[in-house]
Ligand binder design. Sequence first.
Ligand code: PLP
Length: 430
Amino acid sequence: MTSQTLIPDASPADLNAPANDASAAFEPAQFDQHVMATYGRFPIALERGEGCRLWDSEGREYLDFVAGIATCTLGHAHPKMIAAAGEQMKKLHHVSNLYYIPEQGALAQWLTKHSCADRVFFCNSGAEANEGAIKLARKYGHTELGIEAPIVITAKASFHGRTLATVTATGQPKYQKNFNPLVPGFHYVPYNDIEALKATIAELDAEQRQVAAILLEPMQGEGGVCPGNPIYFKQIRQLCDETGILLMLDEVQVGMGRTGNLWGYETVGAEPDIFTSAKGLGGGVPIGAILTKAHCDVLRPGEHGSTFGGNPFVCGIALKVCETLEEMDLLANVRSRGKQLRKGLGAIAQKYPDLCTGVRGWGLINGLVLNPDSGTVALDIVKAALDEGLLVIPAGAQVVRMVPPLIVSEAEVDEALTLLDRTLNQLSKA
Ligand SMILES: *Cc1c(COP(=O)(O)O)cnc(C)c1O
C-alpha cells in the first residue's frame, strides 16, 4: 500500500513537502474546511511552548494564563513530563483494562493517599468522569436507597460537560438548546442557597424518596469564577449525613491544586462521598477520574468501562505530574502567586472602574469582574489582551478568567498584570 491511498487528497508533491511545514494546513480558511465548526477560534495557531510561554506559527510570543483551560499544571514542555512520556512510550503505552496496569494502580494509590477517596475509576475527560459519577449515583440510588427513578440535583450556572447526561446536569440553558430531549432525572437549584436546596428536596421527596445525589462544583468555573460558600457546603454535608443523599463534587476545574489546596472540597471544608477530576490531573494528557469512598463503590464488572481509560501512557505521565506537584511544593506557589495576582487585579479594577468592578477567586483561579454598564464584555478584553501577548479566557460574558500553569513565577504574574493594565488602558481610551 502506498501512502497515497492512506491520504487520498495528498498529491506526491504534498507528501514530499518538509515535514515541519505545517503552516499551510493551519490557514484558518483551510482548517475550517476540514474541522467541524464547534469552536469560536482566535486567529492564531500555537506551535510551541515552554513553561508559561507559547509561540504561534508567526513566531509571536504569548504569556499563557489559560493553560489549556486550567489543564497544563506544569506548563508546557516540562522536562519531567517529557521524560515520563518517553519512558512510558518505550516501555508500554496501551493495553486494556482486561489486565492489571501497574501505572494505573500507582496513580490510584497516590490519589487515595492524597484525598478522602478510597477507590478510583479512570476515564478520559471531565464529562466522562461526571457521566460515570452520575451512573454511580443512579446505581447507588437503586441498590442502596431503594429509589426507582433516582434524581440528581445540580446548580444553576453550573458546568459539568458536553455529553447528553452532563449537558443536562449543566444548569445553563444555552448549552442545552437544540439538544432535547434531555436526559431525565435532573433538578436545578440556585448555587450557595441552602434554603432553596432544602425546599427542593422536601418537594421532590414528599410522596416517595427520589433524590439520590447532589452534584456541585466547589467553585463555579465556567459559570463565572463563583466561589462556593463554606457555610453552604458544610450545611449540605450535614444534610447528606442526615438523609443518606450522596454529595458529589465536580473537581474537574478546581481540583489538583488550583485553589491552593489539592482539592476544592478542602477549600469549602466539606468532604464529598464521590468527586471527579480531569483537567489538571494529567497536566495536559487526556485523563479523567471518578474518586469514591468505599461505601459508594457499587459498580461491578460489566457495568462501566473505557477502552483508553487509565492506560499506561496517561497514568505514567499523570503520576509524574502528581509527584512533581508534591516535590516542587506547588500548593505553596499557588497560594502566594494567587495572592499576588488578586492584589494586582484589585489595583487594576480600582484604576479602571468604568471597565471593571473587582476580582474574585482562590489560588490560581481568578476572575476580573466587569462592570455591566461598561458596554465591554469579557471577550473584548480577551481579544485585546491577545494582541498584547497575554492569553486569558472569559468565564461567561462578564468575567475575565486567569488560570495560569501552577508553576507560574512571581515575575510572570507581574508581567501578566502589566500586560492586562496595558490592555485595559487601550480599551478605556477607545
Ligand atoms: C471542563 C469541565 C468539565 C468538562 O470536562 P471535559 O474534559 O471538557 O469533558 C466538567 N466540569 C467542570 C467543572 C469543568 O470545568
